[in-house]
Every structure is written in C-alpha cells, then in structure tokens.
Design a protein around this ligand. Sequence first.
Ligand SMILES: *[C@@H]1O[C@H](CO)[C@@H](O)[C@H](O)[C@H]1NC(C)=O
Length: 549
Amino acid sequence: MTRRIVRTGIQLGVLTFIVFLLVFFLDNRYRVLPQSIHNHLPSHHEGLIITDITVNTCSSLNPLSTCKLDQDKWHRIEKDLYLNTGWVSKAYVHIKRKREEDLTDEDRVIIDVRIGKMDPAMNEKSQAAEKWESRPAGIWLKRSAKRHATDSKKAVTAVDVLFGSDAVDPRPGWELIQPTALLLDTGSGSKDARLSIRRGPVHKLEPPVPRIGKDGKFKIMQVSDLHLSTGLGVCRDPEPKGANGGRCDADPRTLEFVERVLDEENPDMVVLSGDQVNGETAPDAQSAIFKIVQILAERGKPWAAIFGNHDDEGSLSRLNQMSLYNSLPFSLSEAGPNTIEGVGNYFVEVRAHGSKHSALTLYFLDTHSYSPDEKRYEGYDWIKLKQINWFKTTAQSLKESHSHYSHIHLDMAFIHIPLPEYGSTTNKFVGSMKEQISAPGFNSHFKDALVEEGIKVVSCGHDHANDYCMLSENESTKEGELWMCYAGGSGFGGYGGYDGYIRRLRVFEIDANQGRISTWKRLEYGDIAKRLDEQVIVDSGRVIPPQSN
Ligand SMILES: *[C@@H]1O[C@H](CO)[C@@H](O)[C@H](O)[C@H]1NC(C)=O
C-alpha cells in the first residue's frame, strides 16, 4: 500500500517535471516576443547604400542555428518574417550595405525592388538596360553601376520589414513595396511580411510648432485606446451587433472612424492618450504605430502621445517606442527626463497667434502600467513622487514666461490611467459612467498638484466605456477647481461591451481670446454628426460648473 503510494508519488513527480520542462521549452521557443525583438529598433545609418538584399530561412527546431548569414558581409534586419509563430521556420531579411564613399566601380547598387513570382521585366514594355535579379521570397532587384545610381539619388539607402495587409510607412522617403507580401512557404494570414525601402538620405524632420489660430481658437482631438494590432486585428464587442453581416476588421474600422472625425473636426493637434498598441496582438508594434501616424501625417496634424498599460506588451519597450515616435513626422512626443519614473513626462507649449508667447501649456505624464505592490494596492500603478515634483517645478518655472502673455494663459494635462479622484461621489459630471473606475489603489495625490498649479482640465483614457467629465470643487469654497475628463475608447481591438458601448473620442476647443475651454465627444456609430455632451468647462480662465445638469 505505502509502496504503491510512494511509486505513484514518484510517477506523478516525474510527470510534473516533464510537463514543466515541456511548458518551459514551448514557452521559451514560441513566446510571441523573445527578448531580441524587445530591443529592436530600426538602425538606418546615414550615408549607407544597399548593394544586395536576400532572405535567409532556417529551421526553428535547430537550437544551434543562429539564422544569420556571414556577419562580415551581411546585416540582418532583426525581425523574424514569421513573427516567431513559425513551427518549423524562421526567416530574416539580410542586406549588404556600403558607405557611399567606399563604393568601387565594380559595386552595383539597388535602384528598384519588386516582389512577385514573375520577372517584372515581363510587364515592362521597353527593354531596360538592367536586368531584374531574383532573390528568395519573391524579391526582384534592379541594380545599377554605382555612378548611375548615386548621381540620381535613386539608390536604395535603407530596408525595413513591416507586417500586415494594411501596413503603411509614414516616413518621408520611404516606400512600402506593394501590392505583394514576401513569398514565404507558409502564409501568416493578415500579418504577412512586407518590404519597405528608402531612397536617398534621411529626411530631416522639423518638429511642428502648435499655435493658436487667427480666430483665437485651437482644437485638440483626444484619441484614446486605439488598441491597434499587427495586421487587421480582431474586433471586440463591436456595436451594433451583427452589422455588416457580422464582419468586422478592428483596425480598418478604428482608423476609418478616426479619419472621418479628423476630416470633420479638422483639429490643430491630436493627443494619443495611451494604448495606441494592443501589445499582445502586436508582435510588430512598429507596424501598428505606423497606421495611426500615417493618417495624422498625411493630414499634417501635429500629435503628442503618451503610453498606456498595453503599448509595451508587444515588441517594443516604452523607450524604443518613444525613439520611434521621435523619428516620425509631426510628432511632438518626448521621452522627458530620464531621472524620473516613466517615459513620456513632458509638456508642449501652444503659442499665441502672431507672438512667441505660450497661450496654452499641455502637460503629459506617464501613468505606467500595473501596481508594483499587488498585495497592498491592487490594480494599476500610480504617478510617482518624483514625477509630481518634476511637474510642480516645471509648472512653477514656466509661470514667469507665461505672465508675458497678453491674455489668460491656460493649462491642461493628459494621462492614461484615471486618478483615484475620478471615482468621487458627486453629481457634478457630464457623460456616462458605465464601468468601474480602474484607478490605482494608492493615491499619490497628483490631483492636488494639478489644482495647486492651476491646471484647469485633466483628461485620461484607459476605461473605454467611461466618457464623462467630472468637476472637482474646493471643499471649503465650493468653487470649481479642476475638470477630470475621460476620452472614451476609440479602438475596436480593445474591449467594448458594457451595455452596447459605442466607440468615441473627445474634442477640446480652446478659445484663447475668451480664456475658454469647451469639450464634446464624437461617436463611431449612431448619431455620428452630433457633438455629444457639448459643454463649456472653463470660461475667462475659471473652471465653471456644468451648465445643464
Ligand atoms: C480652497 O480654497 C481656499 C480659499 O481660496 C484655499 O485657501 C485652499 O487652498 C483651497 N483648497 C484646496 C484644496 O485647494
């Protein structure tokens, strides 16, 4: 009896060990996001010319395979073309590159790239001087002697890999090779790998200077919780149910919504208040980010972004995503000081019309992700003391320069995760509170700092189905001191639910001449032309209570 128990015990132990090993092995091998990808940032060095491109495929089952070609000759682009989902294969684009001044007369440089099964020459009418050369994965290269190509700035100077049938490349000088994805032995559905190339030198980007319009107005569109994926993404709780025969592609629908409101509202600036990327469905976060930046850049809209709790759950850390943001057109985003917690603690000055003075200051703070102390404080992380001190010091140091502005200077702040005070019991709010407020369990009192520094409005994202603005009043004077707003969730890749929640976004309109801030929301479905819950929240620089409540 005892021996049988012992034997069963040993068997169980061995079995558990095997299962553990198996899970450990599988988990490490097939994790969507290996560490190597976390550290990836496109490295497009200045002054380099691409002389060859190839694709190297190797077995993902062979632990000894590095899947790298001769490193003296080839540079590997650090993105597995199967996004680490290939059970048998991994594949990487490799490039040969040379400094322009090191090119010899024998060197040939790439002047064109196509992807397809057939030689592109078959479709060319005239007989070109250069022949197309075939490479693996359906790549065709047209190469030319160096002297022809570099003269004309036609030479390819950088190569990158993006994923998805909806991939776009918003970087100036870059061209996504369309319409075909790389031809790999197994398709990866809507996340197939595509090549993007740059011709000529890196374009120097001038950061935009946001400015109040001639009419004294400045409009900010706050787009929160886009939850974009690599590829089309999967719709969660779309409303109305069963529309379009139940067919719904998350990202195209999200972006179509944002594009429509961008065109109708024509804002002066866009704030992306976190969870732009739905990390777990974004094994290539860059492809997800490019989709929103493309629609902003093609409209020339300056944009400032902060991170939510999901942005860095994909392939890029906060720091790497911020470097990427910094390299993209019309970005106002900044990492902020590295001496305080978080990435993306910064401010943006909106200048007065026809003057160098700031009329409006926008503060951005990183609200991090999950609680570092789940036992004591469940849920989400909080704004740290050093961040609050940075905010106070910054606000105080700007006061002197702001005093030169001829009108009332206004200040607003944007965060991702709501502050604990968003859950106050007051009837002074406009909009709907459909879900429980998921603020941090620990109150670091950032709200008090906002009030002390005279910030009139703070707006967050995070809770997709909450879209209200709540008034905070001074306890003794009962005067309004701060409006705390939600943007509402805009993305179909994020949760909806909660009694038929319709995706939405928030607009703020600043009237600098009147010291006024108005706000309203726009809906994705239903009464789509309407300004929902339009209200003046600040007038003559003073926080004012709801007008009709
Ligand atoms: C409330 O108002 C009084 C009087 O203006 C002021 O002294 C006090 O600091 C305010 N309280 C807070 C929490 O701001």
